[in-house]
Design a protein around this ligand. Structure first.
Ligand code: CS2
Length: 466
């Protein structure tokens, strides 16, 4: 038996069910990138908000590329179970917040129609760092084939910008209200970055719509946090045993969850605070602490851990060679860059992160974190390196991690899953171990817009690469 509207009554008794009539709710949110993270995070908050009495906030998921999530959730009428696992404890609940999933390449018009529907008030994104199609200097990557195709407007959209431009144009023509566009990806200042990129796109394609967008839409920044490993077949059969039926959309996650959102919405929003979200005037302090201490250390654990033969985060963080480097990145090098006025207790935050990383009830793959490093290291490592460098502080642990990333993208030991993999391989080819650090981080290097290494930092990197 497989989970669906018809069968959910037969779920094992311990599975908690949301206390509202989900099928009677209209959809108020369109979400791009309905992967495991959103199903463990935003959909869970939205489900809790509706259980607390909010109405009509179901989520229409959009997959920009693959049909996998649609194949998991649509036959289940959008239903899936979410299980929190820490130590021996497991808690499972049914989530009713997802209405359906549209596969954009199969039904681009369906996506545009959902964006332009009067019930839609929020469009959110977890499209990963690369989904924003940025060059290393942070502007739109006009050489990206999907973006270039969208800019010509000759075929169905392929990027978030192409879809939004079409959806917003339709809303404007119909006299509908603007939207709140909520970036939930791990970028610094994600709302502002998205707004700048969207504006740049519209200025090229439809300047009048750029004006409407600026006036009617809002792009709050958010800090999102929950560790959600990619699901495996073994995980799905474990869940099936627990809940008494098959659930192709099941997700496993940790008990911890956090969401800090800038309180700047174009219209109504769900009462996500019902599930503990916090609304603040400025998320930057939370965002920098999370990106630099959590994600920065995660990336370091990934590249160090893979080199030392580990598969999972809980193994890497327990390795006595890696642990001191990870702690130094968090407690010293990243912590030093946080604005003291932001009110983050870095020592307590680091303790909590180390405990979360040690959770061996979740097998969080290092390869999952190692992916797309070119898109991740600027906000995780290079911004803090730049801040520390201008204050005269050397960062040996972050630099060692950066050297490990450089070795990783050479691609000699395992495949490199990164949109810049070809360029990075070509730079290695051209510059070799002695010159690669300069080509990446020296003056005029690939990442120079974010951080240009001092002579001492370059020497350190070269020493660790040759
Ligand atoms: C991880 C994040 O894959 C990665 O790069 O660092 O997905 C991390 O697990 C989340 O941001 C935690 O909130």
């Amino acid at each position: 038996m497989r989970l669906s509207q018809a069968t959910h009554g037969a779920l094992a008794d311990h599975v908690a069910r949301p206390d509202y009539d989900w099928q009677a709710q209209r959809a108020g949110i369109v979400h791009f990138g309905i992967g495991a993270f959103t199903r463990a995070h935003q959909a869970a908050y939205t489900d809790a908000a509706m259980a607390a009495g909010d109405r009509d906030w179901r989520i229409i998921g959009v997959s920009l590329r693959s049909g996998d999530v649609a194949a998991q959730l649509n036959p289940q009428d959008g239903l899936y179970t979410l299980t929190e696992r820490s130590g021996d404890a497991a808690r499972t609940r049914l989530i009713g917040a997802v209405a359906r999933v549209i596969v954009a390449p199969e039904d681009p018009e369906g996506v545009i129609a959902a964006l332009a529907h009067p019930d839609t008030r929020i469009v959110s994104f977890t499209v990963t760092e690369k989904g924003y199609v940025r060059s290393p200097d942070g502007t739109l990557d006009l050489a990206n084939p999907a973006l270039a195709a969208d800019l010509t407007g000759e075929s169905a959209p392929r990027t978030i910008y192409g879809f939004l431009a079409a959806g917003l144009a339709r809303r404007r023509a119909a006299g509908l209200p603007g939207l709140t566009l909520l970036s939930c990806d791990n970028l610094a200042d994600n709302g502002r970055q998205f707004a700048a990129l969207m504006t740049a796109y519209l200025e090229r394609t439809d300047p009048a719509l750029a004006g409407w967008f600026a006036q009617k839409c809002r792009c709050p920044s958010t800090m999102i946090d929950r560790i959600v490993p990619a699901m495996t077949d073994a995980d799905r059969s474990w869940v099936a045993d627990q809940i008494g039926m098959a659930d192709e959309g099941a997700i496993l996650t940790e008990a911890f969850t956090q969401w800090v959102i800038e309180d700047s919405f174009a219209g109504p929003r769900p009462r996500w605070e019902a599930a503990g979200a916090t609304f603040v005037a400025d998320v930057r302090a939370h965002e920098s602490a999370k990106l630099r201490m959590l994600n920065g250390t995660h990336s370091a654990l990934a590249y160090f851990g893979l080199e030392r033969g580990h598969d999972f985060v809980h193994q890497a963080v327990a390795d006595p060679v890696i642990r001191p480097l990870a702690e130094r990145i968090m407690r010293v090098e990243a912590a030093a860059t946080l604005d003291p006025a932001g009110g983050i207790d870095a020592a307590a935050y680091a303790d909590q992160l180390l405990e979360r990383f040690a959770n061996s009830a979740l097998d969080h793959r290092l390869m999952q974190i190692a992916m797309d490093g070119s898109q991740k290291i600027p906000q995780r490592w290079l911004e803090p390196l730049a801040i520390n460098q201008s204050a005269g502080r050397m960062c040996p642990a972050t630099l060692e991690a950066l050297a490990a990333w450089c070795r990783h993208v050479r691609g000699q030991t395992r495949p490199v899953d990164d949109p810049q993999a070809a360029l990075l391989a070509a730079l290695w080819q051209a510059h070799g171990a002695a010159g690669i650090a300069g080509a990446l981080f020296g003056a005029g290097g690939m990442f120079a817009a974010t951080w240009t290494a001092s002579p001492a930092a370059l020497a350190f990197l070269e020493q660790h690469l040759v």
